[in-house]
Design a protein around this ligand. Structure first.
Ligand SMILES: NC(=O)c1ccc[n+]([C@@H]2O[C@H](COP(=O)([O-])OP(=O)(O)OC[C@H]3O[C@@H](n4cnc5c(N)ncnc54)[C@H](OP(=O)(O)O)[C@@H]3O)[C@@H](O)[C@H]2O)c1
Length: 260
């Protein structure tokens, strides 16, 4: 399959890396406004070559990922390009499939990835634009799975996706930092506290995933009567941690809708 990439920044490079490493039958033609970035990315990969211009990427590819900032989309999806018969996958935050369709008349698929995609641990959600087909959905899932997990949602839920998984890594970084600070306050060296906090969040997330149990059930399993953990949980509840997280997701969702 012939893949195109427009925009070789952080997210574009992460996606291309994951996709080409997962499937050697895919070859890519890539383009970046500042050519050096595209050249560096292509030289680190087996099946990627740099295109001289946007038109070449679109002409030579069946599926084109566009990974530029939302305000650069107008230039990157210039109306002079011929998008007929192409599948366009956009990762631009907040830009609707309808706007992308108006800009290109292509079959469009809109994706919200998150930063752990950079290390193959992403959580992406996507929705189909008006002209996209079920085969396009299968193709997109195959590509996105190479940088993590992927779910399909209705487009009206993309702001909620931004609230949970798009902005979510920052909530988790804040939790890790706060738990590390607390460890230091209680006497642990900083490096030890940070290592323990990081692995605890990672391990607990994997317990949820691998056990298939409800997180509340897992919490019940580790809270013995009159013990240390229930004392910690009571303090979390007293300070409204659960409500703070709900409000964080809600605020980010509302802000995403405002920006869109
Ligand atoms: N990073 C994330 O965690 C994340 C998460 C979700 C969604 N996204 C979305 O992913 C998209 C890219 O984000 P990013 O973090 O990867 O940004 P980035 O690192 O700034 O990369 C954007 C790239 O697009 C290039 N570009 C701009 N206009 C272009 C044009 N007309 N033709 C070709 N290339 C062009 C830029 O080139 P120059 O080198 O010339 O600047 C830059 O290399 C954004 O729309 C963002 O909303 C990112």
């Amino acid at each position: 399959m012939k893949l195109g990439l427009i925009g070789c920044g952080k997210m574009g490079a992460a996606l291309l890396n994951g996709i080409l490493k997962a499937d050697p039958t895919i070859s890519a033609t890539i383009y970046n406004r500042t050519e050096a970035k595209a050249t560096a990315l292509a030289s680190s990969l087996e099946n990627a070559s740099v295109a001289p211009d946007l038109a070449t990427v679109v002409k030579e590819s069946e599926v084109i990922i566009v990974s530029v900032k939302p305000y650069d989309l107008g230039a990157a999806l210039s109306s002079e390009l011929d998008w007929s018969g192409k599948l366009l996958i956009s990762v631009a935050a907040g830009v609707t499939s309808e706007s992308l369709l108006q800009m290109t008349q292509a079959r469009v698929l809109r994706v919200m990835p998150n930063t752990p995609s950079l290390i193959g641990q992403g959580a992406s959600a996507y929705c189909l634009g008006a002209l996209a087909t079920e085969e396009d959905a299968v193709m997109a899932e195959r590509l996105l799975q190479s940088v993590g997990q992927v779910v399909r949602v209705e487009e009206k839920l993309m702001d909620a996706v931004t609230g949970v998984s798009g902005s979510g890594p920052a909530y988790v970084y804040t939790m890790i930092e706060a738990m590390s600070d607390a460890g230091v306050k209680m006497g642990l060296p900083r490096t030890v506290a940070l290592q323990l906090a990081t692995q605890t969040l990672k391990g607990a997330a994997m317990m949820v995933e691998e056990s298939g149990l409800h997180p509340g059930e897992l919490k019940d399993q580790v809270t013995s009567p009159g013990g240390t953990t229930i004392a910690g949980i009571a303090a979390l509840e007293e300070h409204g941690v659960r409500n703070a997280l709900i409000k964080a997701v809600e605020a980010a969702t509302i802000r995403s809708a405002e920006l869109g």
